[in-house]
Design a binder for this molecule. Structure first.
Ligand SMILES: [Zn+2]
Length: 57
């Protein structure tokens, strides 16, 4: 567990979340993952069923 309290600058996640890390901008790894998936498969495409590569974590 990290011993320095930090909260993500974008979402409500903080250092109480297991496995969380923060980048230089103070954003958590979950936000980074969201961005990565959103680039790979934007929600609009997913909703319309055109994205076949997206898988839930
Ligand atoms: Zn976050």
């Amino acid at each position: 567990m990290p011993n320095i309290y930090q909260q993500c600058s974008r979402c409500i996640m903080d250092t109480t979340v297991p496995g969380i890390t923060f980048d230089a901008q103070g954003e958590c790894n979950f936000c980074a993952l969201h961005d990565k998936m959103d680039r790979a498969c934007p929600l609009g495409k997913l909703a319309s069923g055109t994205c076949r590569t997206w898988r839930p974590i």
